[in-house]
Design a protein around this ligand. Structure first.
Ligand SMILES: Cc1cc2nc3c(=O)[nH]c(=O)nc-3n(C[C@H](O)[C@H](O)[C@H](O)COP(=O)(O)O)c2cc1C
Length: 525
């Protein structure tokens, strides 16, 4: 065929990568040994045209096609993109509604809320979106308060919540099994159909295994004996994996093992394939990717690893629909990739559990680490040297220790009086409850936008936030007030198809240079 010299220019390669919705013809100029691209009519009869051979034709690429199409079909979404649950209602009902309208799946941030508040939220979502629309809520494993998990599942079943994302499970519990198995039926061709879709968020192969296998027989039998499942539901539960959507979470905001996605995703994909073969499951389980996804390149990389869907967290916390106060959102919008730190977690403080938080603009991480050090090295509050205790009161707590102890006692008397009994016997536990007051309040101050406590804001955040900020600099999304979850998600996906197209071109021999395929965010309809 004959084609023009411009087909071999770097500018044309970049244009081809940035226009992924346009089919591309890749050609090879045998005389000069170089590849080129044609974006429109492959025949060109201009007098200075060149002889070239067609080596590939790349079809149009769309964000809807990036992941596993069964994800979109089963969950009724347009895009293989989910918005992760953020505790204490930070993923608000409004965010979940906006996500559904944008063609995404959103999970309400139910962790840390009491069942009555969760019920209000899911009832509102069912009213606004309908029970069958793409939305869900979080079920967080609460080993200290098993009754809470049970009550949350009661709410989800009573309110007909069709999608639940289970997280922090290190072992299975009856409520999570009950949720997944309730409503299992068999269709006309003998396939098991689900009423409830359990998503499992995991970061290790051993926890993935729990959800990739059928629910344990003894747990199902006990649920039948307790009248919480029918015999038929329990029998059908033995024929399918407990969850068919597994979100593999890498280095994320909040609780994280800090593992890179490129290391854990393939390992969990192998585990999933092994378990599917072992149990003879007919339908493949979908694996989603989360953690560190804040740029088009990261999203494209997650799909290239084999993700059926992607899920974002940190970048949505800075969106206008987020439950975080405005000053916290402004801090997030200024964060760089390295502006995060690991800090002691309020739950499991005594065991040394940590969460990833924003470091820039708040002293929370450093102060919380100081508290953990004092906890480790002293047996009681009284053992802490008087000068140090005074600094705690004046610089961190801004309250006398006695006042904090009074507040914690009142709090636990209502929530779990055993904590107070233990604190009365064990001064180290009393100290833990006192320090945990700070860890608990610091999240609330950030939500409530308390200006007096700005230096103490605890804002969970992963490196995805800084990567996102770098990418959007100079575009309309630099302005925090224009960050909606719809624009964030649509632009990430739109950019991801450009990155994917660039990679296709490279694999066909076209030398697209890195950076040439960056697509600047723009308002997308
Ligand atoms: C502020 C915040 C709160 C979160 N709370 C929860 C939670 O309650 N339950 C949960 O399963 N994941 C929670 N996550 C994790 C997110 O749902 C998501 O999996 C994660 O943020 C993805 O990684 P990224 O932050 O790198 O985007 C939280 C994340 C953030 C940033």
């Amino acid at each position: 065929m004959r084609t023009v010299p411009g087909a071999f220019a770097a500018a044309r390669f970049a244009e081809a990568a940035r226009s992924p919705r346009q089919p591309v013809t890749v050609v090879f100029d045998c005389n000069k040994g170089r590849f080129g691209v044609l974006l429109s009519d492959p025949e060109d009869d201009s007098p200075d045209s060149i002889d070239a051979t067609v080596t590939a034709v790349l079809p149009a690429l769309y964000p809807e096609w990036l992941g596993d199409r069964s994800f979109c079909e089963v969950h009724g979404v347009r895009f293989p993109y989910a918005i992760g649950e953020m505790a204490n209602g930070l993923t608000t009902t409004r965010m979940v509604v906006e996500a559904a309208h944008a063609g995404f799946l959103g999970f309400f941030g139910a962790a840390g809320l009491d069942p009555a508040r969760i019920e209000d939220a899911v009832a509102q979502l069912a009213r606004e979106l309908g029970p069958d629309s793409p939305w869900g809520s979080n079920l967080i494993h609460s080993p200290q308060e098993p009754a809470l998990e049970d009550a949350t599942v009661e709410v989800y079943l009573r309110r007909g919540v069709r999608r639940v994302s289970a997280s922090a499970f290190m072992k299975l519990t009856p409520p999570v099994v009950r949720y997944a198995a309730t409503g299992l039926t068999v269709d006309a061709v003998g396939d098991v159909q689900r009423r409830h879709h359990l998503f499992a968020k995991i970061s290790r192969p051993e926890t993935a295994r729990l959800f990739l296998a059928p629910a344990p027989r003894e747990m199902l039998d006990a649920l039948v004996a307790a009248g919480r499942l029918t015999r038929e539901e329990a029998d059908l539960a033995r024929r399918v994996p407990l969850a068919e959507d597994i979100t593999v979470e890498a280095d994320s905001g909040g609780h994280t093992d800090n593992r890179p996605l490129s290391a854990i995703f393939p390992s969990i994909a192998r585990t999933a394939a092994d378990l599917a073969a072992q149990h003879g499951h007919g339908r493949p389980v979908r694996l989603g990717a989360a953690g560190g996804l804040g740029t088009p390149a990261a999203i494209a990389a997650a799909f290239a690893l084999g993700a059926s869907y992607v899920l974002t967290g940190s970048v949505n916390q800075a969106a206008v629909e987020s439950g975080l106060g405005a000053s916290g959102r402004a801090l997030l919008a200024q964060a760089g990739v390295a502006d995060v730190a690991m800090a002691p977690a309020a739950d499991m403080f005594e065991l040394g559990a940590q969460v990833q938080v924003l470091r820039r603009g708040t002293l929370f991480a450093a102060r919380a680490r100081r508290l953990r050090e004092l906890y480790k090295s002293h047996a009681s509050l009284e053992e802490i040297p008087a000068g140090e205790r005074e600094r705690l009161e004046k610089e961190i707590f801004l309250l006398p220790l006695a006042a904090i102890l009074e507040q914690t006692e009142r709090f636990w008397a209502a929530r779990d009086p055993r904590q107070n009994e233990r604190a009365a016997r064990d001064p180290k536990h009393r100290m833990a409850l006192c320090f945990r007051w700070y860890l608990g309040q610091s999240s609330r101050w950030a939500i409530a936008d308390d200006p007096a406590r700005r230096a103490d804001y605890q804002i969970w955040c992963g490196p995805a936030m800084g990567a996102f900020n770098d990418w959007v600099r100079g575009s309309f999304l630099e302005d925090a007030s224009r960050r909606t979850v719809a624009q964030i998600g649509r632009n990430l996906l739109e950019g991801a198809i450009a990155v994917t197209r660039a990679q296709q071109l490279r694999a066909c021999g076209v030398p697209v240079s890195p950076g040439a395929f960056d697509v600047a965010p723009r308002p997308l309809a």
